[in-house]
Design a protein around this ligand. Sequence first.
Ligand code: SAM
Length: 223
Amino acid sequence: MDKPKPPERMADFFDARSDGYDEHMRSSVSDFDTFYQSIARIVSPTDQPVKILDIGCGTGLELDAIFKRAPQARITAIDLSRGMLRELRTRFSERLDQITLVTGSYLHIPLGEAVYEYAVSVMTLHHLLPRTKHRLYRRVKEALKPGGTFIHADWVVSVSEECRYRLHYREMTRATQSCEDGCYHIDMPLAAASEKELLLEAGFSSVEEAWRSEGTVVFAARP
Ligand SMILES: C[S@@+](CC[C@H](N)C(=O)[O-])C[C@H]1O[C@@H](n2cnc3c(N)ncnc32)[C@H](O)[C@@H]1O
């Protein structure tokens, strides 16, 4: 059997694919439009400048739908990939006064305390081990204002596939040295039930499954 290819660094992976990323997502996410609309539907319609944290914002696909619900929203958008952020800047060239772009890892950048009405993560956390996600979820919870909501949307798999991905993850990381979890593009999707459990373990008091389709789920988690 062929040896598995070494994983690519996360920022390099997305920099190399930022051009054409949106078309790729449109053709590979089943129910693409409904998926992004179901994320935005969790945001209550408002003309207020609500604060929203978007971790792993990429080119800003989720923000298109969110701005329709909250046109005055103030977004803090974090991403490792300069290429993806360049696309986001072009997409929202007329709203740049509403968006603070932060280049770097959401695993390290301080997220603040009680700052945001909403935090959003879309299709970005399925590269992390559960223990790393747990720490991040606690920080996201802290960053929310009382009454805030964490909208977490991601790729999910069956329980047996989750076990298979865990083994694969171990194999891939054995080949790489001195790099913490999350800096390589290695898939580690969880089952929806495992995701929900992790959110509850991290301290969210309610986790509602707002939408699910083949392979994707949208959670609304409240502190
Ligand atoms: C599949 S894209 C999703 C982008 C966007 N949320 C969407 O739904 O189209 C994943 C994004 O997460 C970013 N990312 C992955 N790990 C990250 C980290 N530790 N810190 C910041 N961004 C990260 C990648 O650079 C990439 O832009």
